[in-house]
Design a protein around this ligand. Sequence first.
Ligand SMILES: [Ca+2]
Ligand SMILES: [Ca+2]
Length: 276
Amino acid sequence: MSRRRHHHRRPLLATLAAFAVLAGTAAAAPAAPAAPRTAPAAATPLTTLDDTYYQSAIGKTGTQLKSALHSIISVQSKISYSQVWDALKNTDQDPANSSNVILIYSGRSEPKSDNGGSVGQWNREHVWAKSHGDFGTTTGPGTDIHHLRPEDVTVNSIRGNKDFDNGGSAVSGAPGNYTDSDSFEPRDAAKGDVARMILYMAVRYEGDDAFADLEPNEKVNNGSAPNIGRLSVLKQWSQEDPPDTFEKRRNDVIFDQYQHNRNPFIDHPEWVESIW
Ligand SMILES: [Ca+2]
Ligand SMILES: [Ca+2]
């Protein structure tokens, strides 16, 4: 049991010259006629976002805040499932090695070029499991890169469509992750990311666009219902693992280069408690 105790933790929090890497894969952006926006060279400051992007949400709480955020973040460009590969090579680039991506659960740095479906490769993990609401990989929630992350093929399969909760046995090949028959617990550094991705999906998808209304709940074993649990655990994880440089850069890259919408809970983690 203690054999994998001394695994190294990746220095995700290391300061990085993130914006040196912004050049490169913008070609994946689709031609959808969303609001034209020139990609800035650096991240827009939060105060500016509050005065512009989030203007109609500022000062609101609870269901009114959720509704305002839904309107804001539903204005977006969309990419196809095949375009997701290149997008993830950009959004999840290893700050210490521009040839690699970081795998969300494993924490491993893996060559971008080693994507695919074979053992040892990385593929596209739907953090909001796509069977929960059965949205598949057609353009929509199944290709929304706010909740898509690179992960080891085998570990992705172990997570499967399980809900999130604490506890279980150690996951082979993914130090710090645990699973049992009905739930999955990601490593500490990914816990908040997972929570904020799930809650983004809940606000973005409200059943008004031909896809299911996605919502978190307190259960595990949600199966194909459009729900993911457990909400109380996700809220705790969001507090324990606040947004870091990697997660914030990811949000900026998606906003600037791909979907032109943001995950509000990365910008304003306190909105989690305000809505839920
Ligand atoms: Ca984190
Ligand atoms: Ca919803």
